[in-house]
Design a protein around this ligand. Structure first.
Ligand SMILES: [Zn+2]
Length: 230
């Protein structure tokens, strides 16, 4: 961790003095693993350097949700109010809402497209597996409330068929949908914050959205790893 802090200070110095990339922001990354006192120490060391924004790193690497939310909240509470905060490698729709509730502004994650390639699609009621038999006769879109290209033009039955037939278009449509789902979720979160109703928005979203249970998460991860040949 100390080496990381020295490296951060050096990066900041080089970036500041180079003048090569005007307007390009440099973020400091808070580390500390799942150790509360190290998180505090790292937050203090990194925020002592005047970065353009601050990231919470070293989470979303396999720890449970309680730890993810707990450490995110602990670090975010100590970050400067006037700089953007970025939670790295997160996440699922419920994680985005939980992250914003703890003061996070930005996220990045491969999950929406990674699970889409296995037929998992986000809906306001939770994640569904479009390869399941029950979608074979569903002639409406996978998500009735979605305005994405896939939902506007294709039925759930057709996407189901594409996955069964191993047509690559299925993977693309599911990816398009999941990306639109998370982007629209963030749009709705921004609207709710501006209208000062984020607390009720998040409660309604989380009450309705059924998170993937741990067993299903592990199974999907295993399937993904097997497909990668690792
Ligand atoms: Zn859609």
């Amino acid at each position: 961790m100390e080496r990381t802090h020295r490296w951060a200070a050096q990066c900041h110095r080089v970036h500041r003095d180079s003048g090569a990339w005007p307007g390009r922001a440099l973020f400091g990354i808070v580390q500390g693993g799942t150790f509360s006192h190290l998180r505090d120490e790292s937050t203090q060391a990194i925020t002592a350097i005047p970065f353009d924004g601050y990231a919470v790193g070293g989470l979303a690497v396999g720890e449970d949700k309680e730890q993810l939310y707990g450490f995110t909240g602990q670090v975010a509470a100590q970050l400067p109010q006037d700089k953007p905060r970025y939670l790295m490698g997160v996440g699922s729709p419920e994680d985005l809402v939980e992250g914003v509730a703890r003061g996070i502004d930005m996220f990045d994650c491969a999950l929406p497209t990674r699970v889409a390639r296995n037929g998992a699609m986000f809906t306001p009621d939770g994640r569904v597996d479009v390869t399941k038999r029950r979608f074979a006769e569903q002639h409406g879109p996978v998500d009735e409330e979605c305005d994405c290209y896939a939902c506007a033009n294709y039925s759930a039955a057709y996407v189901h068929h594409l996955f069964r037939a191993k047509e690559i278009l299925g993977l693309r449509l599911a990816s398009t949908h999941n990306l639109r789902f998370v982007l629209r979720l963030m749009e709705r979160i921004r609207e709710a914050i501006l209208e000062e109703r984020f607390t009720s928005f998040s409660r309604e979203f989380l009450d309705r959205y059924r998170p993937t249970d741990e067993t299903a998460r592990q199974e999907q991860k295993l399937r993904w790893l097997q497909e990668r040949g690792t």
